[in-house]
Design a protein around this ligand. Structure first.
Ligand code: NAP
Length: 292
């Protein structure tokens, strides 16, 4: 059984990007520039954005953080956020930007996503990028599923003709991952499962590659996994843990200790898919900068 080291793979990718950027900067080009918009003070979002800024430093990118306050008494207006997006769309010094989700519930997330210039949409959530990706055209791919495909590739895990079962059909993980794995060249046979799927355990047992992306701690138990399967755990649920300074720990969707002995490969939580998400965001930003 091999434990897939997402942290090391992400570090390798960032080092490769940093080398490309350093060579271009030495030749006189300006460095790539990623901007992030953060609304409010959600703990998870603060951490993700801080990690993205740190990753920019590691890659030799410039980064900008645009913060907006939003409270129950003084909610941020959608118009103010749309104005900020228009400014970033028009700024020639910004190669790509993200609006950290989730947004406060009074703001229409889809409207915000659709306001982003697809050429700067390094999260790959704009319908133009989603559509282009679906039909195999060059596009920005959402970072988490792209990170999973990259891990499979770098660990030489075969996908052609293999049965990949994905639990979870979100727009940011499950659905785009199904598209990526079914793409020509990757060639997996994909089953996409969700809360209405019948006989889920039985379907999972038929997976060569099982991806758990539903957000339910330890949902995938040993009886759901075939001997020799590849198991990718996307889940990152905060569960209370009084022994930690933060008061919580991250739990994956897989019952790791029971499942790992049955696997050929497995990703841990943390240190598996999570770090790859940020590395792939950096790769998308490099791609945006390359295209300019
Ligand atoms: P989400 O939007 O919360 O959707 C969950 C999906 O799981 C839905 O499609 C839902 O089905 C399905 N589901 C829920 N309970 C189920 C059950 N009992 N059986 C089968 N399917 C079930 O998902 P998400 O945003 O993709 O997040 C999933 C997990 O991944 C979360 O823990 C999240 O924190 C984590 N995540 C991690 C990263 C990372 O970088 N590591 C990035 C993104 C997300 P329905 O559609 O039928 O409701």
């Amino acid at each position: 059984m091999t434990v897939i080291d997402g942290k090391q793979t992400a570090a390798d990718i960032k080092a490769e990007i940093a080398a490309t950027v350093a060579a271009a900067v030495a030749a006189g080009r300006r460095a790539p520039h990623l901007a992030a918009i953060l609304v409010g003070h959600d703990g998870g979002s603060e951490t993700y954005v801080a990690n993205k800024i740190k990753a920019c430093e590691a890659c030799g990118f410039r980064s900008s953080l645009i913060r907006f306050e939003s409270t129950d008494t003084e909610p941020l207006s959608e118009g103010t956020l749309l104005d900020a997006i228009r400014t970033l769309n028009a700024d020639p010094d910004v190669d790509g930007f993200i609006v950290q989700l989730p947004l406060p519930s009074h703001i229409d997330e889809q409207k915000i996503i659709e306001a982003i210039d697809p050429a700067k949409d390094v999260d790959g959530f704009h319908p133009v990028n989603v559509g282009r990706h679906a039909i195999g055209l060059p596009s920005f791919r959402p970072a988490t599923p792209a990170g999973i495909v990259e891990l499979l590739k770098r660990y030489n895990i075969p996908t052609a003709g293999r049965h990949a079962v994905i639990i979870g059909r979100s727009n940011i993980v499950g659905k785009p991952l199904a598209t990526m794995l079914a793409q020509k060249g990757v060639d997996a046979t994909v089953t996409l499962c969700h809360s209405r799927t019948r006989n889920l355990a039985e379907i999972c047992r038929r997976a060569d590659i099982l991806v758990a992306a539903l957000g339910r701690p330890a949902f995938v138990t040993a009886d759901m996994v075939a001997d020799g399967a590849v198991v990718i755990d996307v889940g990152t649920t905060r569960v209370a843990d009084a022994s930690r300074k933060s008061g919580f720990r991250l739990s994956g969707d897989v019952d790791y200790n029971a499942v790992a002995p049955k696997c050929s490969f497995i990703t841990p939580v943390p240190g598996g898919v999570g770090p790859m998400t940020i590395a792939m965001l950096m790769a998308n930003t490099l791609q945006a900068w390359n295209k300019r």
